[in-house]
Design a protein around this ligand. Structure first.
Ligand SMILES: [Fe+2]
Length: 206
C-alpha cells in the first residue's frame, strides 16, 4: 500500500491518486450485496442518466465504513480545507443501448474553489468499456477560465483544444480500487459501452 506521503505528493502534483486493492474482493462483494438490494425508491437519476443514492451511508454498513475511513480522512485533512466527510453517494452506471449514459453528464469541474477532495471506491471491475473515471491532470490552472455551460459543464471541443491528450487519464481498475481526486480539476465519467459500473463516492466539504 502507498503511504500517506506518496499519496499527498500525487494529489498535489497530478490532482489525483490511485490506490489499488484498497478493499479486497470480500469487502467489495459485501458492499455490492448491500447496495444492489436497496429499494428502487432510494435512487434518483443523475445528470448523466446514471442512478444515484444520496446518503448510501445511512442504508449500507459498508458505505458508512467508507465515509468514516480514517486513513482517507487524514489525507483529506492534509490536502485541503475541504475535509469534512459529508455523505457517500452510491452510483450505478448501467449500459442501455437506447441511451447515452455516464456518471456526471460529461466533462466538468465540481466547483471552482481552491481545492475539493473526493474519494471513489470501485465496487465492480472497471475497464475501458464500463464507464471509467477520466481525469485531466494539469487542468487546474486552466479550469477556471474554460468556457462552461450549465452547471460547470465543458464541451468536448474545448477539451480537445485546451489539453494534451497525454494528460487525459482514463482510470481503470479492479474492484477495490480507491481513487482520490481533486474535483476542481476537469473530469468526467466515460460514457458506458457495456456492462455496469458500481461505485461509492464520498463528498467532502469545508
Ligand atoms: Fe464531478
Amino acid at each position: 500500500m502507498m503511504d500517506k506521503k506518496d499519496i499527498i505528493y500525487n494529489m498535489k502534483t497530478y490532482g489525483f491518486c490511485i490506490i489499488e486493492n484498497y478493499w479486497d474482493k470480500e469487502q467489495c462483494d459485501m458492499a455490492l450485496n448491500q447496495f444492489l438490494n436497496l429499494p428502487r425508491d432510494v435512487f434518483e437519476t443523475g445528470q448523466g442518466g446514471d442512478l444515484r443514492c444520496q446518503f448510501t451511508n445511512s442504508h449500507c454498513r459498508s458505505a458508512f465504513d467508507f465515509l468514516k475511513d480514517e486513513f482517507i480522512q487524514d489525507i483529506a485533512k492534509e490536502y485541503s480545507r475541504c475535509h469534512v466527510a459529508d455523505r457517500v453517494v452510491g452510483g450505478i452506471v448501467h449500459f442501455n443501448p437506447e441511451q447515452e449514459i455516464d456518471s456526471g453528464g460529461g466533462w466538468h469541474v465540481d466547483s471552482k474553489i481552491e481545492a475539493q477532495f473526493k474519494s471513489f471506491m470501485y465496487l465492480t471491475d472497471v475497464g475501458p468499456d464500463n464507464g471509467p473515471f477520466i481525469f485531466v491532470q494539469k487542468s487546474k490552472a486552466l479550469a477556471e477560465d474554460l468556457p462552461m455551460y450549465s452547471n460547470n459543464r465543458i464541451s468536448q471541443e474545448t477539451i480537445d483544444e485546451k489539453f494534451d491528450s497525454s494528460d487525459i487519464i482514463e482510470i481503470t481498475g479492479g474492484a477495490g480500487t480507491c481513487v482520490l481526486a481533486d474535483s476542481t480539476y476537469v473530469h468526467r465519467g466515460k460514457q458506458i459501452q457495456s456492462g455496469t459500473r458500481c461505485t461509492f463516492t464520498t463528498y467532502f466539504y469545508e
